[in-house]
Design a protein around this ligand. Structure first.
Ligand SMILES: C[S@@+](CC[C@H](N)C(=O)[O-])C[C@H]1O[C@@H](n2cnc3c(N)ncnc32)[C@H](O)[C@@H]1O
Length: 338
């Protein structure tokens, strides 16, 4: 197998990886396509008039992806990170496959959407763009630092108005969209409970103390140590402003979720990324032993399979009757999920 592959692959893929591909019925030559694998950017809606200016800056003609609004093919050798267009929040990098996952959610204005593994947030940005200014998006991720990057992204692209972000374990996350709390807004105000005010990047003394306590307790990015979901960002129209903590954190039973759950749920689960050609190509610099550990290690793949199943099951639980769920990973190899 390895000998055959060397003819078609310019990458010295390790034998164990070739064996892994063979067992999963995958053709290793897909990883050789380093220069022909297209890349994509998404133009922020409203920035269409800047297209020629962007093309002049990157010295490359942008070709529209016909089936994905605002997506453009980018030549593989063009970098965008240093461009003015990227720095000013007019474009961001996102794969067409990611765009397809979001598109298949069928988002309509007014939907309440749950993005269960949201960071760093490219799909979240697209969801928010599609939603416009009605409905809400709840983004959940177990990794605090990745979610902080996601918050920065929302601010950069000025997309956070209808969004709230929780550091939480997506396998157990249980909070419903805030629309169901709207009636209780006035009661919270009447009872003079402490309510959420406009979100500000500067945290109150109380919040800083709470965060320090969490750190002291050893909470980290590992979900097994996370306790309650922690709200780290909410936009003005996310429904949170004016509610008390117990209203935002109200829990409902599984039966009530059928009516009060989310209209759309995206489970973009943690995975081995072997389905990302570019990702696998990077192991040439990172070292093939790292690939062994991240992609092939049986303990890790078994762990991921269980995690993915739990995320998917919880995503379904939080979906209301008649809603839609999209499950996506960049994992070619069989997930083991029936
Ligand atoms: C494939 S990435 C998501 C990419 C993201 N949807 C985007 O478009 O940028 C998977 C994410 O799942 C998160 N994750 C892993 N375990 C999780 C869990 N138990 N609950 C919630 N998020 C989890 C990881 O921190 C990671 O950010």
């Amino acid at each position: 197998m390895a000998e055959q592959v060397e003819d078609v692959s310019t990458l010295p893929l390790p034998d164990a990886f070739l064996d892994f591909l063979r067992r999963n019925g995958l053709d290793p030559s897909i990883y050789a396509a380093s220069h022909s694998t297209p890349r994509y950017i998404r133009l922020k809606p409203g920035c269409e008039r800047h297209l020629m200016e962007i093309e002049a800056e990157i010295k490359c003609k942008l070709k529209e992806v016909s089936w994905l609004p605002y997506f453009y093919y980018l030549s593989p050798d063009v970098g965008i990170a240093r461009t003015k267009a990227y720095q000013e929040g007019k474009i961001y990098g996102i794969d067409a496959a990611s765009g397809a996952a979001v598109l298949s959610l069928g988002i309509s204005p007014g939907d309440h959407v749950l993005d269960l593994c949201t960071a760093p947030g490219a799909k979240l940005c697209m969801i928010l763009d599609l939603l416009g200014c009605s409905g809400t998006v709840t983004g959940v991720d177990v990794s605090r630092h990745r979610l902080a990057a996601c918050r920065t992204m929302l601010q950069k692209y000025t997309l956070g108005d209808c969004c709230r972000l929780f550091v939480a374990d997506g396998t157990t996350f249980s909070l419903i969209p805030v629309r169901v709390c709207l009636n209780s807004k006035s009661s919270a105000a009447e009872e003079q409970l402490e309510v959420y005010k406009e979100w500000t990047p500067r945290r109150s003394w109380k919040e800083r103390k709470r965060a320090a306590k969490t750190r002291e307790n050893g909470a980290s990015q590992f979900f097994s140590q996370i306790q309650d979901p922690e709200l780290i960002f909410y936009g003005h129209h996310s429904g949170v402003v004016g509610l008390s903590k117990c209203e935002v954190y109200q829990s409902v039973n599984d039966h009530e979720l059928l009516q009060l759950g989310y209209d759309k749920v995206l489970v973009d689960a943690e995975c081995t990324h072997d389905g990302s050609i570019r990702h696998i190509q990077k192991f040439e610099q990172w070292g093939w032993t790292t690939l062994q550990r991240r992609v092939l290690d049986a303990e890790r793949t078994d762990f991921l399979t269980v995690l993915q199943l739990k995320l998917l099951a919880n995503g379904f639980r939080l979906l209301k009757v008649g809603g839609s769920l999209v499950y996506s990973t960049c994992r070619f190899a069989s997930t083991g999920i029936p």
